[in-house]
Design a protein around this ligand. Structure first.
Ligand SMILES: [Fe+2]
Ligand SMILES: [Fe+2]
Length: 247
């Protein structure tokens, strides 16, 4: 696999967007709340990738996987900053408040075996979570018509795909042998269940009907997207890397 380019490490510029000013005040506040909360989450994921990167190196992860981890750290920091700018834009404020990173300590699966712990993190955090994120953001981008929402979702999507690739590349590499794959296969259903439940939680700020023009799906659409991502991306990926038997 080709090493990822670092060319995306620049600030993402948001276009002028008159559609934001046309929104009613409650909608603008709801969207701002979503983006501010998301900024904290994105920064938390950056911290998680920072903790993950040296542990990947120590178990002998391939160079391409380490390069993707470096890129993920930069990407998630940039996403956090972009989300904070979006929150300010929807509030009509020029000063941008960047929140604290949400606490996202890496989970300990209690296996007592570091290569297994790292492979489980790659499976849960990247193969499952970032693949679902990619499909979710693709769907948000697809329904958005507001120029700022289109640009933000497009920029996020370009990067989240690489974060999913990090996990798939690790599981497909020589660092994960047949014995470890059998152990991962036993964990896969539980990790899928936990991730799907997390993705189907209702957004605390947005209305259940969503605000599609600004890239926010309805609750029903969100559930459908999560199910489609598992069915069409994650499960075929698990078959491809040998964790699940072909149907
Ligand atoms: Fe992100
Ligand atoms: Fe990501």
């Amino acid at each position: 696999m080709r090493a990822p380019s670092r060319a995306h490490a620049n600030r993402i510029e948001l276009p002028d967007d008159a559609t934001i000013d046309l929104l009613a005040e409650p909608e603008r506040r709801a969207i701002a709340g979503h983006w501010f909360h998301r900024a904290s989450a994105e920064l938390g994921v950056a911290v998680a990738f920072e903790a993950f990167r040296p542990r990947l190196r120590d178990v002998g992860a391939a160079d391409v996987v380490l390069a993707l981890a470096d890129k993920a750290i930069d990407d998630e920091r940039r996403h956090g900053e972009l989300c904070a700018r979006l929150a300010a834009r929807y509030l009509g404020e020029t000063a941008v408040t960047v929140p604290e990173a949400r606490s996202t300590a890496l989970p300990d699966f209690g296996t007592g075996d570091e290569p297994t712990e790292i492979a489980l993190l790659a499976l849960g955090m990247c193969c499952i979570n970032e693949s679902v994120a990619s499909e979710w953001i693709r769907s948000c981008w697809q329904v958005a018509t507001s120029p700022a929402a289109v640009a933000a979702n497009k920029a996020h999507l370009q990067d989240e795909i690489d974060h999913a690739r990090l996990g798939w590349a690790h599981l497909a590499s020589a660092a994960v042998g047949p014995v470890l794959k059998r152990s991962l296969a036993a964990w896969a259903p539980r990790l899928l269940r936990v991730n799907v439940a997390e993705w189907k939680k209702r957004d605390a700020f947005l209305p259940a009907a969503g605000i599609p023009a600004h890239g926010h799906l309805s609750a029903v659409e969100q559930d459908d997207v999560v199910d489609a991502a598992v069915r069409d991306v994650v499960l075929p990926g698990l078959v491809h890397v040998g964790l699940v038997a072909p149907p």
